[in-house]
Design a protein around this ligand. Structure first.
Ligand code: SF4
Length: 207
């Protein structure tokens, strides 16, 4: 197996593979379907999550070539490692090329529950944009599609509150998304996202 990838290029962005851990087990998650591979990269961290220093070294190297954004991602949920998101994001905001690139968080929206506190104000110091995987227009569907772990079964309202709070907190962009071709109705998810003050993005169902 190829060496684990902690930072990789995709489209116009630099993506950070922060963790493989996630409190959800979404029916559409590609990490299991694609055996932890993405676009030729091995995203299986095998329990060796990268440190903030490792990440920054790799991102600084990548920033020698222009990028539009640096994205906290995974095959996992970045807010499982909020301390690293904050340390890396705050350091990147001091980089000579910032704000030529934006800093974005890809999240399932459960960060407040995961960290047992409201994390939005802290995120604001480290991240410019937030993209939340919402994927369902009601709690029943959310549980069915995202299959949250014990302790997160009632997380849907927390996700909605997180999106609404981000939308009111002055981030440059807050987006809620819905994966296509599931039992969810993208139009209803879009209406919900807009009602929370977020933009909407529908995402291709990857097979
Ligand atoms: S929230 Fe993301 S990483 Fe977690 S299971 Fe769902 S698709 Fe996979």
């Amino acid at each position: 197996m190829t060496e684990r990838t902690i930072v990789y290029r995709f489209k116009n962005g630099i993506y950070i593979n922060l963790t493989n851990r996630c409190p959800n087990l979404c029916t559409f998650c590609i990490k299991t379907k694609w055996a932890m591979q993405f676009d030729g990269h091995n995203l299986d961290l095998a329990g060796q999550e990268p440190t903030a220093e490792e990440i920054l070294t790799a991102v600084y190297q990548e920033l020698q070539t222009p990028a539009q954004e640096v994205v906290f991602c995974g095959f996992g949920e970045p807010t499982m490692r909020l301390d690293v998101v904050l340390a890396v994001g705050r350091a990147l905001k001091k980089h000579a090329k910032y704000p030529q690139f934006k800093i974005r968080l890809n999240t399932n929206g459960l960060g407040n529950l995961i960290n047992r506190r409201d994390i939005v104000a802290e995120l604001k110091t480290a991240v410019d944009m937030v993209s939340v995987s919402l994927n369902a227009e009601n709690e029943t569907l959310w549980k069915e599609l995202l299959r949250p772990a014990p302790g997160y079964e009632n997380g849907y309202q927390s996700v909605l509150d997180f999106i609404g709070s981000c939308a009111q907190s002055g981030f440059e962009k807050v987006t809620a998304s819905c994966v296509e071709n599931t039992a969810a109705d993208p139009k209803a998810v879009r209406a919900l996202a807009l009602s929370l003050g977020a933009d909407f993005n529908d995402r291709e169902y990857l097979k």
